[in-house]
Design a protein around this ligand. Structure first.
Ligand SMILES: Cc1cc2nc3c(=O)[nH]c(=O)nc-3n(C[C@H](O)[C@H](O)[C@H](O)COP(=O)(O)O)c2cc1C
Length: 378
């Protein structure tokens, strides 16, 4: 089956749904850096239907988001239809069904990746969503539940036949969580079989990995998750097909911009400050993993093994500012975040960061780029 009308989901750079990390200010930051499609944090439909305010917050988007989709998790057909309507009424331009979340607390209830084991139910959910709303419905899946028993071809077929407008494939099974490299050959195989856009997802940290994975799999859209959390400018790099490698000063500027967006969203009162102090250190724990990865030095290695899963030491002669930006200690993140929140301008943010950098004791743990699976929600 071939689509003749251009799909709004093909040839696009997506910011992944990210519980906690994909908050509205961070999505705005990524849009400023070139993200074309943004997806909200997973909202659980039964909580929406119980009228939980905090869950409704996950459906909120900003006018600057060019194409925002709400992501929903549910297993019951009627509830899913109702949830999709709620999300559409709150302005979602498409509704994404979560079939990838591996967390026990979610799968135990038959939600998230456990739907991969029930393709016919998944198909009925997609159909019900389609009938309930006039915006497109998309599905985010993994390659299967068990390694060696991947059923992504079957699941993707069911999604398409049930009326999904696009499918994102995170190229790992539920069982694999983040331990194995994403299987882009399998993503490519499914993309070749399907008539709707297939969005590739998994392990992209550099523009050349994006280029190579897209060429290898034939997909025209990719979704970025940890790569965007570590370097939100990755969208720009992929669009321009070249590295940016921002200086320490430029990265402080980006953090300052993020604080401006956080401040606008959470406001400047005591409660807002507390909220910012929950989010910013969490984000610094991803930001600190950034290392420049020139293609000449790392391009070959990235073909064998995703750079996301490598350990790259900070240069021995790194400046104090670079050491601060790479510092992985939670106490540093709290101090750094407090300074960034108090800064009155970009220059002030840089001055405060410089002072903090000079006062820090050496951090032996600063060199790691690997992300422990326990830190990840999705
Ligand atoms: C902190 C964090 C939160 C996540 N939250 C969600 C989520 O709410 N919904 C979802 O479908 N996937 C979620 N994921 C999975 C990502 O969307 C993505 O599929 C996965 O991280 C693989 O992409 P990557 O290799 O680029 O990180 C989350 C991932 C991370 C790291």
């Amino acid at each position: 089956m071939t689509n003749t009308a251009p799909s709004p989901f093909s040839h696009k750079l997506w910011l992944a749904p990210l519980t906690f990390g994909g908050n509205l200010p961070f999505r705005r930051l990524c849009v400023e850096q070139g993200a074309e499609i943004t997806v909200g944090e997973m909202a659980v439909v039964f909580r929406l239907l119980k009228d939980k305010g905090s869950e409704f917050a996950l459906l909120r988007s900003h006018p600057s988001e060019p194409f925002f989709g709400a992501q929903l998790a549910e297993r019951k057909i009627d509830a899913m239809a109702a949830g999709a309507k709620l999300a559409e009424a709150r302005g979602a331009r498409f509704i994404d069904l979560n079939c990838g979340c591996p967390i026990d607390a979610i799968t135990r209830h038959g939600l998230g990746s456990s739907l991969l084991r029930k393709p016919s139910r998944l198909g009925r959910l997609v159909e019900a969503m389609r009938q309930a709303v006039s915006v497109p419905v998309t599905v985010k899946i993994r390659t299967g539940w068990h390694q060696g028993k991947e059923n992504v071809n079957e699941v993707a077929k069911v999604c398409e036949e049930s009326g999904a407008a696009a499918i994102t494939i995170h190229g790992r099974t539920r069982e694999q969580r983040y331990t194995k490299s994403a299987d882009w050959d399998l993503i490519g195989q499914v993309a070749a079989e399907r008539g709707i856009p297939v969005v590739g997802n998994g392990d992209i940290l550099t523009h050349y990995e994006a280029r190579e994975r897209m060429q290898r799999s034939g997909v025209t859209s990719v979704m970025l998750a940890r790569g965007a959390l570590i370097k939100p400018w990755l969208f720009r790099e992929i669009r321009e097909n070249r590295a940016w490698n921002p200086t320490g000063e430029e990265r402080i500027g980006l953090l300052h911009r993020f604080v401006e967006l956080l401040r606008e969203h959470f406001r400047e009162d005591e409660k807002g400050r507390r909220r910012m102090l929950q989010f910013l250190p969490w984000h610094l724990n991803f930001f600190c993993r950034y290392r420049p990865l020139p293609e000449a030095a790392f391009g070959g290695q990235s073909l064998e093994h995703p750079l996301m899963q490598s350990r790259i030491a900070l240069a021995e002669d790194a400046s104090p500012l670079e050491r601060l930006l790479a510092d992985a200690r939670p106490e540093t993140h709290t101090r750094f975040a407090t300074d960034l929140i108090e800064a009155t301008s970009r220059e002030d943010a840089l001055a405060r960061a410089t002072t903090l950098a000079e006062s820090l004791p050496a951090d032996d743990g600063a060199a790691e780029l690997t992300i422990a699976a326990s830190q990840l929600a999705g």
